[in-house]
Design a protein around this ligand. Structure first.
Ligand code: NAD
Ligand code: WQD
Length: 339
């Protein structure tokens, strides 16, 4: 059985990817410090897949923890999700982001080097395109950061490119996710952000179950068909499956490759509200408010390169996204809390 180290594997995207890895015949081993996740996820993954993933509660910045992990297992590759992702918090606490995201990645790469494991899939983000000149966004577009979170992703991307250029034994795949949403179709795992959600989809779902009163739509005057922001929402299980293709595609002289992981189309905030209402039969009260600082009008991927080179494309559409988002929230109105 091929072992894969999954950092951040109890988190939102990590947990769904662990399920896909097990289904694809891999043996995932998870390291997570549970900073933004619950170990109850492990029971849920087992219920879905029938396999218990080995779990180490630890921080990727700890050299000792990583040494123990790599000494015990021989990993085929590392899928690296561990990191912090709240844009607003990154502006207030930049060092927390550089420490977890950049320093954490450096410690991980050092441990991989020590133990002769040099294949890594990195969770990058469409945020590395900053404010793109046009849509759809292609991998060759200029890269820039508009906040410390984005800068931390860009810094790790640069580091990986430099490392692959300096030493051909390294093989890196950078997956630039657009807007991951939805949940596993069982409704057993899904997204449960700490505190009030920053992202649109969990916010809408929490309004539907009565945890939040109403949605603020940030901006109704963008240059988009209905004036609200347009994004490329990708089902988390499609995203999980992209990681399987990435792991399978490593080969000598792979170098460092970056791929957009999106659907190739976009939906506006108002379209998302309507689609959720249709799937859930719940009304989502909202009001149009001023624009949120740092937001752009429109962002969606050109996913052609990922299709051509990894053989991956998104299979699930907006109705599956809304069905699964609602199924997860309805069955777990308070996330992973017991009782
Ligand atoms: P998440 O917060 O649900 O998962 C991240 C996991 O990493 C959490 O379980 C957290 O406890 C763990 N973690 C954080 N710092 C750690 C550390 N130092 N050591 C060990 N574990 C640590 O987030 P997610 O949505 O699953 O995102 C996964 C990755 O994908 C992140 O790197 C994120 O930046 C990136 N990404 C996410 C999105 C998105 O919208 N969700 C979009 C693009 C990129
Ligand atoms: C989507 C749309 C908002 C909340 C962020 C990060 C990005 C990536 C994904 C990690 C926008 C609107 C939202 C609300 C709203 N993460 N909105 N009311 O901003 O595209 O991307 O998450 O890498 O880096 O920046 O996603 O879900 O926050 O917003 O009107 O309460 O919904 O203005 O148009 P975003 P989002």
């Amino acid at each position: 059985m091929k072992k894969i180290l999954v950092t951040g594997g109890t988190g939102f995207i990590g947990s769904h990817t662990v399920v896909s890895l097990i289904e694809a015949g891999y043996t995932p081993v998870i390291i997570d410090n549970l900073d933004n996740s619950s170990d109850l996820v492990l029971d849920r993954i087992e219920s879905i897949s029938g396999a218990r993933a080995e779990f180490i509660r630890g921080d990727i910045r700890s050299e000792n923890t990583l040494n123990e992990l790599f000494a015990k297992h021989r990993f085929e590759a590392v899928v690296h999700f561990a990191g912090l992702k709240a844009v607003g918090e990154s502006v207030e606490k930049p060092m927390r982001y550089y420490s977890n995201n950049v320093e954490g990645s450096i410690q991980l790469l050092k441990a991989m080097d020590r133990y002769d494991c040099r294949r890594l899939v990195f969770s990058s983000s469409a945020t590395v395109y900053g404010d793109p000149v046009s849509v759809p966004i292609k991998e060759g577009f200029a890269l820039s950061a508009t906040n410390p979170y984005g800068q931390s992703k860009l810094t790790v991307e640069t580091m990986l490119r430099d490392l692959a250029a300096a030493d051909e034994r390294w093989e890196f795949t950078l997956l630039r996710y657009f807007n991951p949403v939805g949940a596993h179709e069982s409704g057993l795992i899904g997204e449960e952000p700490n505190g009030i959600p920053n992202n649109l989809m969990p916010f809408i779902a929490q309004v539907a179950v009565g945890r939040l009163e109403k949605l603020s739509v940030w901006g109704g005057d963008y240059d988009t068909p209905d004036g609200t922001g347009v994004r490329d929402y990708i089902h988390v299980m499609d995203l999980a499956e992209a990681h399987i293709e990435a792991v399978k595609s490593f080969k000598p002289n792979h170098g460092c490759r970056a791929y957009n992981v999106g659907t190739g189309g976009g939906y506006s905030v108002l379209e998302m509200i309507r689609a959720f209402e249709k799937a859930s039969n719940c009304e989502i009260p909202y009001s149009i408010e001023p624009r949120r600082s740092g937001d752009i009008a429109s962002s969606y991927a050109d996913p052609e390169l990922c299709h051509r080179e990894l053989g991956w494309h998104a299979k699930r559409g907006i109705s599956e996204i809304m069905r699964d988002q609602w199924n997860w929230q309805r069955k777990n109105p308070n996330g992973y809390t017991v009782g």
